[in-house]
Structures are given as structure tokens and as C-alpha cells.
Design a protein around this ligand. Structure first.
Ligand code: XIL
Length: 346
């Protein structure tokens, strides 16, 4: 019975993708194959824009709070927490049966203003980090399916990034962070998350070595998040085969992978937006297909719902149109190919 129903859903999805308006939202196509298609949720848009909220509810079965869980935004003063945004987000996600991907416990950016090495000794910093992880993970125990525990610990040269946490606790801060998170919620799936490690190369090797070491030490790390903030020049390198190679290697270590922050910049001064949309769709398709084909990948998260709220223009200074929906919340060609990939179409 269930099989027949799933078959019907997929049939409907394919039929409509071939036509004008896709009838089935991405989340239904995804759910029919036990897959999670997610989006990063913007702190202000979710509160103030009802159309944005409705679109997110319709299309995604997973959400990642884009900024609200970061140490700076959530902790205005030492030991103090503002739970207003995260509580509301969790209630909303649960009401709409969306899985929540927690982001992020340990990072070197968006740190609280009160946190600095002049004020605190290394021992105090270690205690601050431990308390932070236990407090945040503990509060939402059983409600947040998975966490990015450590973000971007590997520098572009492949060595551990020089951060406040490395200086205070030494390289062991990574293992400790995973252990504290695991103790606070033993059921949560714990990710190491990073950028530029999604196709073979120096960074992917460094990430692999880091998590291999953790696995060998018995540290509770369960997966690697591949951010995938892509640029159109990567069109040739971000192939399903190259991405798949990275995924399979991690699978051999017993680790899951998730695409955690997918977006793709298409600004090119020589070509207009329209000319770039199909190229963008091609790469979105590659990423979806690589994950769908890998035995250890069941989650792709786009880093924002619509181009209107993407972080990219603020980061690059260009209108880069990186997401699935345009500024008016209309689906772009990339949306269509994601639907096709989820529907199992060639
Ligand atoms: C970005 C957010 O999207 C912006 O709103 C914020 O100003 C800066 O951070 N890697 C990550 C994300 O892990 O947390 C970052 O998100 C993008 C890069």
C-alpha cells in the first residue's frame, strides 16, 4: 500500500515537473524516498514575512537556523542566553514536521563581544566552551536531530585554523566539543562542518584526516557537513563523480555526509542573469544527484530560501542570485532540476 502511494507521488511529481507548475513540493518528493531537503532560515524573515514562511513550510522538511544558534547572537552576556528566536523556531519547525539541523556550537566567527583572551584564562575559556555546549544542546535535547558541532576548524592550508579555541584548549578542543555535545544529547547526530572539502583536494584530505583521527580515538563524530558555497567557475569541477568520491571515502570511515549550506553564485559581468540560470541548475542537479547516489547522504540543505534574503550579496558585493527561489519567491530553473532529481528523473 505504502509502496503504491509512494509510486503515485513520484509519478505525480514527474508529470508536473515536465509541465508548467510543479504540483508536488520538494519536501513531498524527498519524503517519498526518505530524504531531507532543507533550507537555512533567516531570523527576521521568518518573523515578518508570511509568504516566506509559507514557502518554507511547503517546500522543506528540514530547517537550519542560519544565525540564531551562533554563540554571539544567542549569548548577549557571559552565562546569559536569549532563547526567544530558537524557541520560536523549534516550535514552528515541529508544528510543520520539519527536522532541525542545529548550527553551530564551535566556530571562530560571530562570537560574543564579551568573549576574548584578555579577559579569560585558557582554563576559563575551556569552561566557557563546555558550559555553552552543554547548555545549548541540553536545552533542546531530543528536539534537534543533528548538530554542526565544530565548524571550519581546518584552514585553507590544511592545518588546524588558529582560533581562540585552539589557543586555549589545544587541538583536543575538537574531540572535547563532540564529547560534551554527545553527553548533553546522546541521540543527536553530530557533524564536523567545513567548506571547500566537497571535491578531492588538499582541504578534503585534511578534513578526512581530522575525522579519521577522531573516529580512531572513539570520539562521537557521526558525519561530515559539506557546506558547498559554490561559484559558477566550479561548474566543471563540481561533478557528481568528484563529489561522490569524497562522500564514499567518508562512508568507508563509517561516517554520514550532508550537504549543509548549498548556494551558487552566478554573477558574471560578461553575461546577464538569464544566461547563467541553466548553468546554476546544472550544478544544483549535480549536487543533488551525488548525494542521492551516495549510500551515506540523505540530506541537502540550501543556504537560504530566496535570493531576497541570501547572505551572498552582502559577502561578495554582487547580486549573485544563488538560491532556488528568486527575490519574489518564484522558483528558478535550479528548483526544477532539484525536483526532477528528487523525483528520480534522468
Ligand atoms: C553566514 C550567514 O549566512 C550570514 O547571515 C552571517 O552574516 C555570516 O554567516 N559558513 C557557515 C555559515 O558555516 O554559518 C555562514 O553563514 C556562511 C559560511
Amino acid at each position: 500500500m505504502r509502496q503504491a502511494f509512494i509510486g503515485f507521488l513520484i509519478f505525480l511529481g514527474v508529470a508536473m515537473v515536465n509541465g508548467q507548475e510543479p504540483a508536488l513540493p520538494l519536501r513531498e518528493l524527498a519524503a517519498a524516498r526518505d530524504f531531507y531537503i532543507g533550507a537555512a532560515i533567516h531570523t527576521e524573515a521568518i518573523k515578518s514575512n508570511a509568504d516566506y514562511r509559507a514557502l518554507a513550510e511547503r517546500e522543506f522538511n528540514l530547517v537550519t537556523p542560519e544565525n540564531m544558534f551562533k554563540f554571539g547572537p544567542i549569548s548577549p552576556a557571559p552565562g546569559e542566553y536569549d532563547w526567544s528566536h530558537t524557541d520560536a523556531l523549534l516550535d514552528w519547525a515541529e508544528a510543520h514536521h520539519m527536522r532541525v539541523h542545529g548550527h553551530v556550537l564551535v566556530w571562530h566567527q560571530q562570537q560574543p563581544g564579551w568573549l576574548n583572551e584578555d579577559t579569560y584564562s585558557p582554563e576559563q575559556l575551556a569552561a566557557i566552551l563546555e558550559r555553552h555546549i552543554r547548555t545549548v544542546v541540553g536545552r533542546y535535547k531530543g528536539r534537534i536531530h543533528e548538530w554542526d558541532v565544530v565548524n571550519e576548524a581546518v584552514a585553507d592550508n590544511g592545518r588546524l585554523r588558529d582560533t581562540i579555541w585552539l589557543r586555549a584548549l589545544g587541538p583536543d578542543y575538537i574531540a572535547k566539543a563532540f564529547e560534551w555535545a554527545h553527553e548533553a544529547d546522546p541521540e543527536a547526530v553530530l557533524y564536523y562542518n567545513d567548506y571547500n572539502g566537497d571535491t578531492p583536494g588538499l582541504k578534503a584530505d585534511a578534513i578526512y584526516k581530522l575525522v579519521q583521527g577522531l573516529v580512531e580515538e572513539g570520539v562521537p563524530v557521526h558525519g561530515v557537513g559539506l557546506q558547498m558555497h559554490l561559484i559558477w567557475q566550479q561548474q566543471r569541477s563540481a561533478t557528481p563523480r568528484a563529489i561522490g568520491e569524497v562522500m564514499i571515502r567518508l562512508n568507508d570511515l563509517g561516517l554520514k555526509v550532508a550537504v549543509t549550506e548549498l548556494d551558487m553564485r552566478i554573477h558574471d559581468p560578461n553575461r546577464g542573469r538569464e544566461a547563467m540560470l541553466d548553468l546554476q541548475a546544472e550544478v544544483y542537479s549535480n549536487v543533488l544527484r551525488a548525494c542521492l547516489d551516495a549510500p551515506n547522504c540523505d540530506t541537502v540543505v540550501v543556504w537560504g530560501v530566496s535570493d531576497a534574503y541570501s547572505w551572498i550579496p552582502g559577502f561578495t558585493g554582487n547580486d549573485d542570485w544563488p538560491l532556488l527561489f528568486d527575490e519574489t519567491l518564484q522558483p528558478k530553473p535550479a528548483y526544477e532540476v532539484v525536483a526532477q532529481a528528487l523525483a528520480g528523473e534522468d
